[in-house]
Design a protein around this ligand. Structure first.
Ligand SMILES: NC(=O)c1ccc[n+]([C@@H]2O[C@H](COP(=O)([O-])OP(=O)(O)OC[C@H]3O[C@@H](n4cnc5c(N)ncnc54)[C@H](O)[C@@H]3O)[C@@H](O)[C@H]2O)c1
Length: 353
């Protein structure tokens, strides 16, 4: 068996493997020679066909195995861990999305709190060497000091989604303190790319364009006071995770948190025009979205902007793909995906933003 530079031969269990980031991480680890166990409940928060398509691609690798399971099922999770004995676990399964947490808070408590507690407890019992887990830039809430640093106070979330992600960090910190479980929290900053999430703005905007509908831009049409986001290309996120995997936090409380973002925020208006340019290039015709401007929604934050120094000083790398290059990769994939799977493959919209 190939000894992977990432795990040294131990297997990796990825929860949320049929999801956007989990799929890309699994692909990368399989290419590096790792054995990957994917776990996902395949829920219908967005188009399940896209999750099946990601899984279909993963299943072409012999070193990939998949188990359908809900992380809220404590016994089910334990059985899977016992059967596969993963050395490393990457927990990406969660109810994602800021806006949907206003509509369906219970889904967040179940997957993100109960589910995460099950993952922690099972990692402890089965002595997993390293747990990495998804947090989010949303933990910075309405903080106005930018760029956001890991040492900034994060006690005032502005959505239940953010509160669950912050809770995960505190729970992991407690397990590191009580049981010495090594864990690494990943604060992702708006991740985008091919095989992405249909509920996120870049994907929803492209879908609406093809449906002949206007896009809703939540910035009051005020270019001066525009929202800004650190948009992080998925390959950069995967590179960061893969480099962090073999680095075990040490000390009496072996838990570290990292911003995973590129520290080059873009205004929403620039993001929209770059997406129009990328889609124009993919289609070979001029694309201009019809736009409806609206105010910010509750739970939205005005600016997310990462200081990635902590990440860069540890792994010698920080996200660097430009918005233009990353969005071009997305639109090229999406145009092709629609051609192959048909326009009816356009996922149902959830709340975008
Ligand atoms: N994409 C981003 O911009 C972003 C930003 C910040 C944080 N995150 C976090 O990163 C992680 C991955 O996000 P993503 O964009 O790939 O989302 P995603 O929704 O595409 O992937 C999550 C996957 O987890 C699965 N899942 C959800 N609840 C589950 C449960 N209870 N049991 C088992 N499986 C379950 C879903 O079916 C889905 O396939 C999530 O924790 C998310 O909160 C993502």
């Amino acid at each position: 068996m190939t000894v992977s530079p990432v795990t040294g031969g131990g297997s990796v269990l990825i929860t949320g493997a049929a999801g956007f980031i989990g799929f890309h991480l699994a692909q990368r680890l399989l290419a590096l020679g790792d054995e990957v166990i994917g776990l996902d409940n395949l829920n219908s928060y967005y188009d399940v066909a896209l999750k099946h398509e990601r899984l279909r691609l993963l299943k072409t690798h012999t070193r990939f195995s998949f188990v359908q399971c809900d992380i809220t099922d404590r016994e089910g999770v334990q059985r899977i861990f016992e059967a596969h004995r993963p050395a490393t676990v990457v927990n990406l399964a969660a109810q994602a999305g800021v806006r949907y947490s206003l509509e369906n808070p219970a889904a967040y408590i179940q997957s993100n709190i109960v589910g995460f507690a099950n993952i922690l407890e099972t990692c402890r019992k089965l002595e997993v060497e390293h747990l990495l887990y998804a947090s989010s830039s949303s933990v910075y809430g309405g903080n106005t000091k930018v760029p956001f640093e890991e040492t900034d106070p994060v006690d005032h979330p502005v959505s239940l989604y953010a509160a669950t992600k912050r809770s995960n960090e505190l729970m992991a910190d407690t397990y590191a303190h009580l049981y010495g479980l090594p864990s690494t929290g990943l604060r992702f900053f708006t991740v985008y790319g091919p095989y992405g999430r249909p509920d996120m703005a870049y994907f929803a905007f492209a879908t609406r364009y093809f449906a002949g509908k206007a896009i809703h831009v939540f910035n009051d049409g005020d270019a001066e006071n525009d929202l800004s986001r650190d948009f992080t290309y998925v390959d950069d996120v995967i590179e960061s995770i893969v480099r962090l995997m073999p680095i075990l936090p040490r000390g009496p409380r072996p838990h570290e948190i990292f911003n995973i973002g590129g520290s080059t925020p873009a205004k929403l208006s620039v993001f929209v025009s770059t997406l129009e340019d990328a889609l124009s290039a993919s289609l070979g015709r001029e694309v201009e979205f019809k736009k409806v401007y609206e105010g910010m929604k509750p739970g939205d934050v005005r600016a997310t902007y990462a200081n990635a120094n902590r990440l860069e000083s540890l792994i010698g790398y920080k996200p660097q793909t430009t918005l233009r290059v990353g969005l071009q990769a997305f639109t090229n994939w999406y145009v092709h995906y629609r051609e192959v799977h048909g326009a009816e493959s356009d996922p149902n919209e959830v709340t975008s933003g």
